[in-house]
Design a protein around this ligand. Structure first.
Ligand SMILES: N[C@@H](CCC(=O)N[C@@H](CS)C(=O)NCC(=O)O)C(=O)O
Length: 216
């Protein structure tokens, strides 16, 4: 059996897929593809016509779109079940995945993390208006997620689910910006959830870090 994850080391969606594989205990190989490089290799475009990352290939079966990858990983491999059985909890999990993709990714990651941390770190120009807009939009996104989060300590039901796996990397990148961390800390339920997730061994094993600051 072969499992290959093609992704970019600093990509938050690649981190989500890696976290799911680690939580599930699946052995996989990693192939680095930088979707921002401008010269994505043709073999990758054949797998992913939109040139985004990640893509998973399992014994010749290729799947892209992170929510599809993590559901596939949960359903195709043994290990702890990462999706609740109860219809309401399953719906809440899927709702959170959709909220994260539709409303969270852009402000949290592409505006706040990119302009507040990543770009300055590698010496790229930043757009302060994008950072401000991202922080403002994130207030509403994190408030909605704080309302949706279960009281159990996980986002949904009584155990780790794909909702936790999908959201954590985005909030982890976001919270590296001090003003963003303050926004998270004002949402008590979400802040407690974040701290518990942050302590997981799988998070430590997959956390991307930042590039060498001499890289530009
Ligand atoms: N809908 C895609 C989104 C993936 C995505 O946007 N990945 C980012 C990296 S985190 C990417 O490839 N960006 C390249 C670009 O925007 O050109 C998924 O769920 O996998």
């Amino acid at each position: 059996m072969t499992v290959e994850l093609l992704g970019y080391r600093y990509s938050v969606y690649s981190w989500v897929a890696r976290l799911a594989l680690h939580e599930k205990g699946v052995d996989y190989t990693w192939s680095e593809v930088d979707p921002f490089s401008g010269d994505v290799p043709p073999h990758y475009t054949d797998l992913h016509p939109f040139n985004r990352v990640p893509t998973l290939v399992h014994d010749g079966f290729a799947v892209y779109e992170t929510g599809a990858i993590t559901r596939y990983v949960d359903e195709a491999f043994p290990g702890p079940c990462l999706q609740p059985d109860v219809p309401q909890a399953r719906a809440r999990q899927n709702q959170i995945l959709s909220v994260v993709d539709s409303y969270g990714y852009w402000p949290l990651v592409r505006q706040v993390f990119a302009h507040g941390i990543f770009r300055p770190h590698v010496g790229e120009a930043i757009d302060p208006a994008a950072l401000r807009a991202g922080l403002e939009t994130s207030e509403a996104v994190l408030s909605a997620l704080d309302r949706l989060a279960d009281e159990s300590g996980f986002l949904v039901g009584n155990g780790l689910s794909l909702a936790d796996v999908h959201l954590f990397p985005m909030v982890a990148y976001f919270a590296m910006v001090p003003d963003a961390s303050a926004i998270l800390r004002q949402r008590k339920k979400l802040a407690g959830w974040y701290d518990r997730m942050d302590a997981r061994a799988t998070v430590a094993a997959t956390r991307p870090g930042l590039p060498d600051s001499s890289v530009s």
